[in-house]
Write a protein that binds this ligand. Structure first.
Ligand SMILES: Nc1ncnc2c1ncn2[C@@H]1O[C@H](COP(=O)(O)OP(=O)(O)OP(=O)(O)O)[C@@H](O)[C@H]1O
Ligand SMILES: [Mg+2]
Length: 216
């Protein structure tokens, strides 16, 4: 791997709330990598993803994304986020939700809708494309959020427990989608408790007592 393939670089990041949550965290994410982040509930996984996404600011250290100047919140076309709570837009259909990153960045409507249909089909919910988020199950909503996160082919995807509501066979569909996504040159960091996902990752990291370590 060359230095130019690094898409996310984190150095010396610390963050405290009432007590220290992240202590001197360093991390590099490269094109083509699917990396999982494990750790006990409350260990700081979501807090770290929030810092990487630019939603929060570290007390110390630096976060650099895809060569952007530090402190600049990356555009969705560079870094997409799949939050633990999905963040779907209730007024849009499932296919419109998935197409939204491409539509907001000014891409052709027909291409965006075709890609949305393709992704929903890949995740086994193609027939639900015209429904609204309130009309589908929580696991179906989670798949829509995953499809939307990869739709615009961002350089980096940060996903917070993206398979938490899925059954084993559906997790397999999600894993294949994520592996295809990084194979096209993106990188993905996934906070997860899911052993299937962790087993298929290229690298495994763990947060333990505020420190980021390599997990087995
Ligand atoms: N905005 C905040 N204000 C105060 N404390 C916070 C804030 N965000 C996170 N924390 C604290 O930081 C710690 C880590 O929380 P975080 O949500 O990152 O855990 P997690 O590893 O994602 O857990 P889970 O697996 O349950 O999602 C927790 O003790 C939490 O209470
Ligand atoms: Mg969390």
């Amino acid at each position: 791997m060359t230095a130019s393939s690094t898409v996310l670089s984190v150095s010396g990041v610390s963050r405290s709330f009432s007590s220290p949550v992240l202590v001197d965290v360093g991390l590099e994410l490269r094109e083509g990598e699917l990396v999982t982040l494990v750790g006990r509930s409350g260990s700081g996984k979501s807090a770290l993803l929030a810092l990487l996404a630019g939603f929060d600011v570290p007390d110390a250290g630096s976060v650099q994304v895809a060569g952007l100047p530090e402190g600049v919140c990356p555009p969705w076309s560079t870094m997409a986020v799949l939050p633990q709570s999905f963040g779907l837009l209730d007024e849009l259909t499932l296919e419109e939700n998935v197409a939204s990153p491409m539509l907001f960045s000014g891409g052709p409507v027909a291409d965006a809708m075709a890609r949305a249909a393709d992704l929903l089909g890949t995740l086994g919910i193609g027939k639900l494309a015209r429904r609204y988020p309130a009309e589908v199950s929580i696991g179906q909503r989670q798949r829509v959020a995953l499809a939307r996160a990869v739709a615009g082919r961002p350089k980096v995807l940060l996903a917070d427990e993206p398979t938490a509501h899925l059954d084993h066979a559906t997790i397999e569909l999600a894993v294949r989608l994520l592996l295809d996504f990084v194979a096209e040159g993106s990188a993905c960091l996934i906070a997860t408790h899911d052993p299937t996902l962790t087993a298929r990752a290229h690298r495994r990291l763990e947060l333990k007592e505020g420190q980021l370590i390599t997990a087995r």
